[in-house]
Design a protein around this ligand. Structure first.
Ligand code: ATP
Length: 153
């Protein structure tokens, strides 16, 4: 039985595919969802949402939201969601610096602490996901080298 995953934000439909498994950042920990999962509704936190489809794995930066699970359908309504490959690292690093500066000047009444903290958490998760993707990409390139997993070549 296929499991259809839709990831949506107020801005756009980010992803809509049949998948084998969804691993989502639930508020009380990572949750793995397979087809035929019992129905549930849960809040999501800042984190990485991973999707496997055959040998293909996709990763998304999520900054909170909700996930509705049905046996054949998962809907993620995220505050923001970006596919790992569309994350602009420089932009995330700039956002992180800005948020850190704002938090350092907390004494200043013009700083909205919750807003700055949320921006910091969004930027950190985006940076982590880009870095994790680079590491995974590096490992894949390594194992593709002749003589490592293809000794006959
Ligand atoms: P910035 O200050 O750089 O705009 P932000 O954290 O305030 O960052 P958000 O309000 O979370 O930005 O997101 C606004 C829109 O921009 C969303 O559609 C989000 O997916 C996208 N977005 C934010 N940061 C990035 C990034 N580093 N790479 C790609 N898309 C991003």
């Amino acid at each position: 039985m296929p499991l259809k995953l839709d990831i949506v934000t107020v801005e756009r439909l980010v992803y809509s595919e049949d998948v084998d498994i969804v691993i989502a950042p639930g508020i009380s920990g990572e949750m793995g969802i397979l087809p035929r999962h019992a129905p549930l509704l849960t809040a999501l936190t800042y984190g990485e949402l991973r999707v496997r489809r055959g040998d293909d794995e996709n990763s998304f930066a999520i900054s909170g939201g909700f996930m509705e699970v049905q046996p054949d359908h998962v809907t993620v309504l995220a505050d923001t969601a970006e596919r790992a490959e569309e994350i602009d690292l420089e932009r995330a690093e700039a956002a992180r610096r800005r948020a850190e500066e704002r938090l350092e000047t907390m004494a200043d009444e013009t700083v909205d602490f919750a807003k700055a903290e949320s921006a910091l958490r969004r930027s950190i998760i985006r940076i982590k996901i880009v870095e994790a993707r680079r590491r995974r990409g590096g490992r894949r390139a390594e194992t593709r080298r002749p003589g490592i997993n293809t000794p006959s070549e």
